[in-house]
Design a protein around this ligand. Structure first.
Ligand SMILES: NC(=O)C1=CN([C@@H]2O[C@H](COP(=O)(O)OP(=O)(O)OC[C@H]3O[C@@H](n4cnc5c(N)ncnc54)[C@H](OP(=O)(O)O)[C@@H]3O)[C@@H](O)[C@H]2O)C=CC1
Ligand SMILES: O=C(O)CCC(=O)C(=O)O
Ligand SMILES: [Mg+2]
Length: 474
């Protein structure tokens, strides 16, 4: 029973089997309009999705939208501080697939992120954010078309778990005392380090389960991509945060080389096999020398370790992966987080799926969206095993709210992801064609118009939606 909302009287539920949605022809889909520019973006996006479904299926399929509330709008309906009403959570749980506009999160104090809460409550552990280029989209980059990546961001843990204590709080001070006086001195590798007494404290949990289920989804996605895009890059700052970010990398490789042994090759394995393929008489030590830059300067222990690695790879996978067979497998490699920010700009075509932890993926998805045209073109999905919520990468962009000027492209493209997730490919294709043609025709909102050479006359948010629909059929 809902307190203040009523589901549509027509339509039925999307259910799940083995993590996959089973979609009726008339699914009920809850939507959250969103704060700020949500008032502009949502109606435009809904109009485009409805028109695409109608054009593609001529009434045989339709979405029965179910309006639910979160953020400022929820407080208007449910009362002060009722930012995420139980009704909304229940509706998303009941109907399984939802779509939302952006929601405001105050900085410093106040409520914690409703967006993050929705992901955590529904265990939507994979945040999937594709960044690909639509021809004609203006970009600050010379070759934006070379970037075609999908960010797979772990979505439930890392510092987004929100376990932190304010500077000067009683528990925060107690924790610092315990760490300084007990736990740090008991850990020899920490030496004489001490946490400043006036520090705020945050906890960064990265679990093996959370990391591996994310990487598992990323690899399964890579298996569905064309051969030249079958790559998964584990993004981490494991040189600095060894037991959280470094562990994410190690657990990622462990998963790839156990659960997906036949399908995957790691970058280092490919080098070892490649060295041997190049020269079948190559000794283990010469292979190790080619594998590891600066091998000759290493300690004997380190050299022995690398030789062991070479031998293990050759004995374990030469038969199944050697003689070039590895070239037809999913390449799993890793890159340090700061480096990947420059790599997506300098060598974009070398990357495909970027598997990240929560914070790195948050940063990286805005940066990658900028390369292909900005936040107006950045869609996303939060996917779990029994629920999915689609939402754009960007936030509420408050300075543009209510002006009918913001680019609805990201929510519309999030709708495309939703339609594809539902198996409604024909409707998804229509929208992609509509957006592509509108951009090629210079019918765009202010954000893209101002970057075009010469600048285009900007359309309103609602006009851009109409232009997309118009291009379904030309
Ligand atoms: N999932 C969610 O709901 C998210 C919510 N947020 C929240 O949103 C609020 C505002 O965050 P803020 O840091 O300003 O980031 P925003 O992403 O909301 O906006 C930053 C800037 O990005 C550009 N932009 C954003 N959306 C679009 C769009 N649809 N079309 C074109 N350009 C766009 C605009 O740039 P310009 O003005 O230069 O054109 C805008 O001023 C915060 O409360 C934040 O917590 C943030 C991210 C995600
Ligand atoms: O929830 C928020 O306010 C910000 C979240 C965010 O930036 C994101 O998920 O990309
Ligand atoms: Mg973000």
């Amino acid at each position: 029973m809902y307190e203040k909302i009523t589901p549509p009287t027509t339509g039925s539920r999307i259910t799940f089997s083995n993590g996959e949605p089973i979609v009726p022809d008339n699914p009920i889909i809850p939507f959250i309009r969103g704060d700020g520019t949500g008032v502009d973006i949502w109606p435009a996006a809904q109009k485009v999705m409805d028109a695409a479904v109608q054009t593609a299926y001529q009434g045989k399929r339709q979405i029965d939208w179910f309006k639910v509330y979160a953020g400022d709008e929820a407080c208007e309906v449910y009362g002060t501080y009722q930012y995420l009403p139980e009704d909304t959570l229940q509706a998303i749980k009941e109907f399984g697939v939802a779509i939302k506009g952006p929601l405001t999160t105050p900085i410093g104090g106040g409520i914690r992120s409703l967006n993050v809460a929705l992901r955590q409550i529904n265990d939507l552990y994979a945040c999937v954010r594709p960044c690909r280029y639509y021809p004609g989209t203006p970009s600050p980059h010379k070759n934006p078309e070379k970037l075609d990546v999908i960010i797979y961001r772990e979505n439930t843990e890392d510092i987004y778990l929100g376990i932190e204590w304010r500077q000067g709080s009683e528990i925060g001070d107690r924790l610092i005392k315990i760490l300084n006086e007990d736990l740090i001195p008991a850990t020899p590798e920490h030496g004489k380090k001490q946490i400043p007494l006036d520090a705020g404290i945050g906890i960064k949990p990265i679990s093996k389960t959370g990391s591996q289920r994310l990487v598992r989804r990323a690899i399964k996605h890579a298996l569905r991509l064309p051969p030249n895009k079958q790559m998964v890059t584990l993004v981490h700052k494991g040189n600095i945060m060894k037991y959280t970010e470094g562990a994410f990398r190690d657990w990622g490789y462990e998963l790839a080389t156990s659960e997906f042994r036949q399908e995957c090759i790691t970058e280092r394995e490919s080098w070892i096999l490649g060295n041997k393929e190049h020269n079948s008489d190559l000794s283990t030590e010469d292979n190790a020398r080619q594998l590891e830059p600066g091998y000759n300067a290493l300690t004997a222990d380190k050299k022995a370790q690398i030789c062991q690695e070479v031998e293990a790879v050759l004995s374990q996978i030469w038969e199944t992966h050697g003689n070039g067979q590895w070239k037809h497998k999913i390449m799993v490699n890793d890159r340090i987080a700061d480096s990947i920010f420059q790599q997506i700009q300098t060598r974009p075509d070398e990357y495909s799926i970027l598997a990240t932890m929560n914070l790195n993926g948050d940063y990286l998805s805005d940066a990658a969206a900028a390369v292909v045209g900005g936040l107006g073109m950045g869609p996303g999905a939060n996917i779990g095993d029994e629920c999915a919520i689609f939402e754009a990468t960007h936030g509420t962009a408050p300075k543009h709210a209510g002006l009918d000027r913001i680019n609805p492209g990201s929510v519309i493209l999030s709708g495309v992801m939703m339609l594809e997730y539902m198996g409604w490919q024909e409707a998804a294709e229509l929208i992609k064609k509509g957006i592509g043609d509108a951009i090629a025709n210079r019918e765009v909102t202010y954000d893209l118009a101002r970057l075009m050479e010469p600048p285009a006359q900007p359309l309103k948010c609602s006009e851009f939606a109409d232009a997309i629909i118009k291009h379904f059929s030309d």
